[in-house]
Design a protein around this ligand. Structure first.
Ligand code: DAK
Length: 263
């Protein structure tokens, strides 16, 4: 799928930051099958694009990031197709979560159900003051199917996650920040600028090192501590083998700014 063929996404690249905007405002940016397909294509393309260092995912408009999986599509699912639908979503969200380039969710409004799970699959979450979070699937006779029952407890702890998953309550941005669903809340008008600045601060660092740090966190998060630390040691060794490590340490000694090459 070429970029020009996206129907439900707007993709722009500026200053090495790709902004992937989910663009179905008539359905509050709900994720239907086509949008999932387009997200997969966009992430496959952008992760290989040398002109891109960081990705930002957001929604069109001020009202919604993503208001969930598309409920109209959900009504058609049965046991077999429901499992396939869930596995398809997991595949796409895993692609995002395992991206070697950092992915920031810029959460600009309702972030519900599958939308909250999309944000959870990203590496960093920044929310506007009007953002609202929830996993309301139980209100529809469902449970989260895109990783919410697994990623939310890992992020905020089991007790808080279970409260959100079982009540389906919607929480405000400040509460989401307090319990650790999001890293930071900023005024809506500043959301994208804040995320771009965050991307810039990340991209000022050695790109292979930021990828290795991401890999270490992702690979280690489900392992016992001793094995996770062994993963860190191996990736630390890889970092030591890069030209950028030689440059970064030498620049420190020389009292100058490093010039990283991504090698
Ligand atoms: N899907 C489809 N359309 C949606 C939608 C959604 N999730 N959310 C909103 N819309 C549509 C509305 O139907 C409405 O369309 P029209 O009636 O204008 O045609 C339009 O967007 C504007 O919405 P409202 O008129 O409702 O706007 P309000 O300001 O009054 O309310 C709201 C905003 C966000 C509170 C409300 O729209 C709402 O409650 N939306 C549903 C939120 C929700 O329950 N989200 C969770 C969806 S469940 C699984 C895989 C994934 C999942 C589960 C299982 N497997 C494969 C097993 C994930 C499930 C979910 O995400």
């Amino acid at each position: 799928m070429e970029a020009a063929e996206y129907k439900n996404l707007l993709v722009t690249i500026e200053d090495r930051v790709a902004v992937v905007q989910i663009n179905r405002p008539q359905a509050l940016n709900a994720l239907d099958a086509r949008t999932l397909d387009e997200l997969e294509t966009a992430f496959r393309v952008l992760r290989e694009d040398q002109a891109v260092g960081v990705l930002i995912v957001t929604g069109t408009g001020e009202k919604a990031f993503v208001a969930g999986a598309d409920i109209r599509e959900l009504t058609k699912l049965d046991g077999v197709s429901g499992r396939a639908y869930s596995l398809r979503g997991l595949e796409v969200f895993d692609l995002i979560h395992s991206s070697p380039k950092p992915v920031i969710a810029a959460i600009n409004g309702y972030c519900l159900g599958g939308g909250c799970e999309l944000a959870l699959a990203c590496h960093i979450r920044i929310a506007s003051e009007n953002a609202r979070f929830g996993q309301p699937e139980v209100k529809l006779g469902l449970i989260p199917g895109y990783g919410g029952t697994q990623r939310l407890p890992r992020l905020v702890g089991t007790g808080r996650a279970i409260e959100m998953l079982l009540t389906g309550d919607v929480i405000e941005a400040r509460e989401a920040e307090r319990i650790g669903v999001v890293n930071r809340v900023v005024p809506g008008a500043e959301l994208l600028a804040y995320c771009r600045d965050l991307a810039k601060r990340i991209m000022a660092n050695a790109p292979l090192a930021t990828t290795l740090a991401l890999n270490a966190v992702n690979a280690g998060s489900d392992l016992p501590l001793d094995r996770a630390l062994a993963v860190e040691a191996a990736l630390f060794g890889l970092a030591c083998g890069t030209e950028d490590m030689k440059e970064g340490t030498k620049a420190f000694i020389d009292k100058r700014k490093p010039s990283f090459k991504g090698r």
